[in-house]
Structure formats: C-alpha cells, structure tokens
Design a binder for this molecule. Structure first.
Ligand SMILES: [Zn+2]
Length: 270
C-alpha cells in the first residue's frame, strides 16, 4: 500500500473515500464476519449524524482518506463498533492501523485548536499547508508532535529494563521520556537515563523512529552503552529496574512498539 499525505481535499468528494471517524478517541469501524473495516463514504449514510470537523488525510493507493469526529451522543448502528486504537492492532492491516493513528493525531489537534490560543477568535484551516490560522491576529498552529526519546542501554551482554509505574501491564521495557525545550536528543537520552536510574551512558547511537499516536508523540530511538554509576530507581516513576541477559528477559512489550524492536535488537546482537 502506498500512502501520499496531503492537506488539500479533492474538489469533489470521491464516492468511495475511506473515513477514519473518531468518537471520543475511539475509532468507528464496521464489523462483518469478525472482520474489521474502515467505513467508506456510502456507509456514512447509515449514521444518524454526519461526521464533523473533517480533515483530509491524503490518498491510500489512490483512494481519498478523511479524518473526522462523531459527536459523543450519536449511537453507531448495528454491525458497527467503537474501539480504542490500541485494541485494533492486529485487527486492522498494519498500514490501515498507522493511518488510523495519523487520523487520531489530526482529529485531536483539529478539535483542540478551533479557537486561537492568543486572542480567542475562531481559527480556520490554512489553504496552502496543514495548519490552522487566526485571521484576527495571524497566529498559525501546526499539528502538534511531541518528540520523546527511547533508549536501550546495555552493559556488555545485559540490557537495562524498567517497570514504569504509569503502565498497568507490568511489562519491563527500555527507558523513555519527553524532550524538553532547548535540549538535543542526545542530551535528553543522558538526562532521562540519569533521572530514572542514576547511571551515565556513552556511545549514543540513533536506532530509528516511530510515530506514537497516543495522542501525538514521535518516539526517537537510540542505543547507548553503560558508562558509570550504580542503578538506583527513581521511585516516582519506576517500580523496578535491573540488568537482564537475552536468555533471561522478563515480560516485555508486544511487537507493535519500537520499545520491543530495541529489545529485539539487543536479543539479536548480545
Ligand atoms: Zn488570534
């Protein structure tokens, strides 16, 4: 599948467009014979209320794709369901899943930037780019993306894994945290690892990145080597932390996330 992003919708709405419609952060999908599918334009007529606040996403294999919202009090018809994005991994094709994630980010941004944050007037979609503009004071808002680092720290053939208190799964994972204004990604790696575990790292290397639409992160992944210090968990954030060898890993995140790809990288190399 090839997706070409674009902010400008076709002049007339194509009859078979795909609609990624969210109702309070949950995606509306059709279910037939236990198969989940994204509704197309004609399907929307089954809804008792038309989707609102559309954003054009672009074209997937030449098919127009839209993101939109459904007001919270509208009930979906029989044969449809409303599901949180995380629940849909594995139930939708991968490309469709990540496109639904992109739609989630844009719906969230679109909804929370209807008014200017500086002067309070209504905003409008900008014609020449994906942005919202206030014609009163000229303020422009772009879709918000919040960069975060995620890092696999290893000490010879052991990897540093921690249980994050905010996650209810109990899984152990690599360390992660949001980038602060004025910080390089490498500075952020050093700060986060030190704040969470009191150790220092060196040889920080870029690994890859992944959009993480819950609701608008961009995970930038690194590997790093232990450089010094004793592991000491920051109790406000971390339940348990330790060094693990590849043949003795605790429960780790599912294959959807770059956290897991980092752990798999460690397993394959050490
Ligand atoms: Zn304004």
């Amino acid at each position: 599948m090839v997706f070409l992003p674009d902010h400008k919708p076709p002049s007339s709405e194509p009859r078979q467009a795909l609609w990624f419609v969210y109702q309070e952060q949950k995606l509306i999908i059709k279910v037939k014979d236990k198969t989940f599918s994204i509704p197309r334009s004609p399907d929307l007529q089954q809804l008792s209320h038309a989707p609102i606040r559309n954003q054009y996403l672009g074209a997937l294999d030449g098919q127009a794709c839209y993101a939109a919202e459904l007001p919270p009090d509208v009930r979906v018809p029989e044969g449809w369901t409303v599901r949180g994005l995380r629940e849909l991994f594995g139930l939708l094709e991968d490309e469709i899943f990540w496109l639904a994630g992109r739609a989630n980010q844009l719906v969230d941004w679109n909804k929370s930037h209807q008014f200017c944050g500086r002067c309070g007037n209504h905003t409008e979609n900008k014609n020449d780019e994906r942005a919202k503009i206030c014609h009163q004071c000229g303020l422009i808002n772009y879709p918000r993306v919040s960069p975060a680092i995620i890092v696999a720290v290893h000490k010879k053939n052991h990897i540093l894994l921690a249980q994050n208190k905010r996650l209810r799964t109990g899984n152990y994972s690599v360390l992660a945290g949001f980038v602060e204004p004025g910080e390089t990604l490498e500075d952020c790696v050093k700060r986060e690892v030190f704040e969470e575990t009191s150790i220092k790292v060196k040889n920080i290397r870029y690994f890859g990145s992944q959009p993480w639409p819950f609701p608008n992160s961009l995970m930038v992944a690194f590997t790093a080597e232990y450089a010094g210090g004793e592991v000491n968990a920051n109790e406000a954030e971390i339940g348990d932390v330790g060094w693990f060898s590849a043949d003795n890993l605790p429960s780790i995140p599912p294959p959807i996330s770059i956290a897991r790809w980092l752990i798999d990288w460690f397993k394959n190399n050490y």
